[in-house]
Write a protein that binds this ligand. Structure first.
Ligand code: GLU
Length: 429
């Protein structure tokens, strides 16, 4: 069977492809020259399954998407008190490079605007670390989130550094308030290196999935930062991640997110999936135009708004076995619990990974207590594709958990009731 999620992602990319509005970031010459038509999207589940469509392997610079991860590193290196002393958690409602600090304390309002991010960079590593060690700590930490060694794009670094007057001014202002206790020029250079780290869309989805998976990289298994740090970071991403569009984003998309001026965008859906998109043209807020459209669509298609109360997906497939032999052989997937996107994805994977030799397949919903809309659609699509692959499909659904199952075009399913698999009739000899 063809995998379903890449098909869905490709369709979503197709729908936004024609939108060429927006501009590449003009204030960093090397980014302004970037090829504007790239378009990619990737999902990584919390157990490390990767799905993608479009330009998912093209490298670009991480830019501001580094901010939540470096904030996480600062929190784990120096502890909450030391970091909160220097950087607040209040949405600023202002542009990312606004030169504004909290009156009285001189603290940057949050770590997602440049003032807070430059401060967070200065708080990584040991207190007595030199600038080069901090950069190494940051690159090493970002690499652990991605699960592979990342490198710096030296030409983007040089290009941004040559035009970094505003960030340098911010750093000097922070230094004058003793928020920054490190050298302003060296810290700004380190921050620009951090922004110039090269990633792919797939890397970003893996980094987001590490946050979604409570700080543990789903593939390497490394606990990159402690769990309480992840909760702090996701909360700040939720309220401040999209700059002056953060409120619109929180209500319409509802996924903790962060964008970068090279065109990347990530979303981390706790306990479920890391999402990333890449499309370099930006809107007036500095967010990727097509990335925002894609995330709006993902959120509404898949019920991903974090304020949507979702059921856990643990152990959705209770058992997967075959009864009977020969033409009477019946493959049974016994499902259980409340099933949402992540649970349904596990079912898809069981069906996509191995072609079934048995001609008859049953999904037993006897122990399922809820099935959300996306899970229903995903299961029906599995049914449809199994039918197209030549299987006869049964739904054991005594409680009518899935009323009126219609697998659509070319799909067919027979609903049987009763708690016993024996209700699926054997084929007459
Ligand atoms: N390096 C960029 C800057 O500090 C990052 C901005 C962004 O990605 O939003 O201006």
């Amino acid at each position: 069977m063809r995998p379903i999620i890449p098909d869905y992602l490709a369709e979503a990319l197709g729908d936004v492809e024609a939108d060429t509005s927006g501009e590449t970031a003009g204030y960093i010459p090397e980014l302004a020259r970037a090829h504007p038509d790239f378009l990619g999207a990737a999902f990584v589940t919390v157990d490390g399954e990767t799905y993608g469509a479009g330009d998912t392997d093209v490298e670009f610079t991480i830019q501001s998407i580094s901010k939540p991860f470096v904030y996480a590193l600062a929190l784990s290196d120096r502890g909450f008190d030391a970091v909160l002393d220097k950087v607040g958690v209040e949405p600023s409602g202002e542009a990312f490079n606004e030169i504004s600090l909290e009156s009285g304390t001189g603290r940057p309002l949050n770590p997602m605007i440049n003032a807070g991010a430059i401060t967070a960079h200065s708080l990584t590593g040991a207190e007595d670390a030199i600038a080069a060690d901090r950069v190494e700590r940051v690159i090493h930490g970002l690499s652990a989130f991605a699960g592979r060694r990342l490198t710096v794009d030296e030409s983007v670094y040089a290009s941004e550094r040559a035009h970094a007057h505003r960030n340098l001014a911010i750093a000097h202002m922070l230094r004058s308030h003793d928020i920054l206790t490190t050298d302003a020029q060296a810290t700004t250079d380190g921050y620009i290196r951090q922004c110039s780290v090269r990633v792919t869309t797939t890397d970003l989805a893996m980094m987001a999935a590490t946050l979604a998976n409570r700080g543990r990289n789903p593939l390497s298994g490394e606990q990159v930062v402690p769990e309480p740090v992840v909760r702090q970071v996701l909360s700040v991403m939720f309220s401040c991640g999209m700059y002056d569009a953060a409120g619109d984003w929180a209500t319409q998309v509802g996924i903790p997110a962060k964008s970068g001026v090279a065109g990347g965008l990530i979303g981390a859906l706790p306990g479920q999936v890391g999402i990333a998109t890449f499309s370099p043209r930006l809107d007036a807020h500095g967010n990727s135009v097509r990335g925002v459209s894609l995330c709006e669509r993902f959120s509404s298609d898949m019920g991903m708004h974090v304020m949507e109360v979702s059921a856990p997906a643990r152990a959705t497939v209770r058992s997967h076995h075959v009864v009977g032999v020969g033409p009477n052989a019946l493959r049974i997937l016994q499902l259980q619990g409340g099933i949402g996107f992540a649970g349904a994805e596990k079912v898809l994977r069981e069906c996509v990974d191995a072609p079934f030799p048995e001609s008859r397949v049953a999904f037993d919903l006897t122990r399922v207590h809820s099935l959300d809309d996306v899970a229903r659609r995903m299961l029906l699509e599995v049914v449809r594709r199994l039918t197209l692959d030549g299987h006869e499909v049964f739904l054991v659904d005594p409680e009518t958990i899935m009323p009126d199952p219609d697998p659509g075009d070319g799909g067919r399913v027979t609903v049987v009731t009763g708690a016993d698999h024996a209700v699926v009739p054997p084929i007459a000899p």
